[in-house]
Design a protein around this ligand. Structure first.
Ligand SMILES: O=C(O)CCC(=O)C(=O)O
Ligand SMILES: [Fe+2]
Length: 201
């Protein structure tokens, strides 16, 4: 696991990324082939490049990135899970998992609770509460980890918490078979980038 605080240094990028407008109409799940094939088309892809170009060297060896955003308020939480190709899982009840992913904390406004917990044991083994890694969702904090290990988000007691996440895939997930942007993970509808998604200048 890698944890970097104060990840985005550019003040303008930071404030644009944090603004609610940036995330309006953001589809549930999105796909990008990576900067080596397609230049970033929006601020999310720009941030993915910023993170992954610096800490990983796999251009041309991976298919690309899946990315999404989680926003939570009081009483929300996310149970133990592993990240997986969701469409394949729904249809076959089998896991195809990525081996690398990032979580970036975009906004943590007065957040109490909402910790990220990561098990040190693989998916087949029940997490040992004594040995889990516990990470506070601090604004502008970047975490890189293996999302095929069970992880969860503890209950948010108060405040607003927004995370931006991406996973690296060696093979493009079935989830994106029909479209790069999926608005409903149960139906896999095709959606289009809203006009709001401008390049970051
Ligand atoms: O928001 C977080 O800290 C983690 C969320 C997560 O694991 C997920 O969306 O798969
Ligand atoms: Fe996850």
């Amino acid at each position: 696991m890698l944890l970097i605080d104060n990840f985005i240094k550019d003040k303008k990028l930071l404030s644009t990324f944090k603004s609610d407008e940036t995330w309006m109409n953001f589809p549930s799940l999105n796909w990008w082939d990576g900067w080596w094939k397609t230049s970033p088309r929006n601020i999310m892809e720009l941030v993915i490049q910023l993170a992954w170009e610096k800490y990983a060297h796999f251009e041309n060896e991976v298919a690309g990135f899946e990315y999404w955003c989680n926003v939570g308020g009081p009483n929300s939480s996310l149970g133990w899970h592993v990240d997986k190709d969701i469409k394949y899982y729904v249809e076959n009840k089998k896991h195809i998992m990525p081996s690398a992913g990032h979580i970036y904390y975009v906004e943590s406004k007065d957040v109490e609770g909402g910790y990220l917990e990561i098990s040190n044991l693989p998916n087949s083994v029940k997490p040992n509460i004594e040995k889990i890694e516990k990470i506070q969702p601090i604004e502008n904090r970047l975490i890189m980890f293996n999302p095929s290990y069970p992880h969860r988000v503890t209950k948010i007691i108060s405040g607003k918490r927004r995370a931006f996440l991406a996973n690296v895939w060696v093979k493009k997930p079935y989830t994106f078979e029909k479209a790069e942007n999926v608005s409903n993970t149960n139906e896999y509808n095709e959606v289009f980038w809203p006009n709001k998604f401008k390049y970051y200048e």
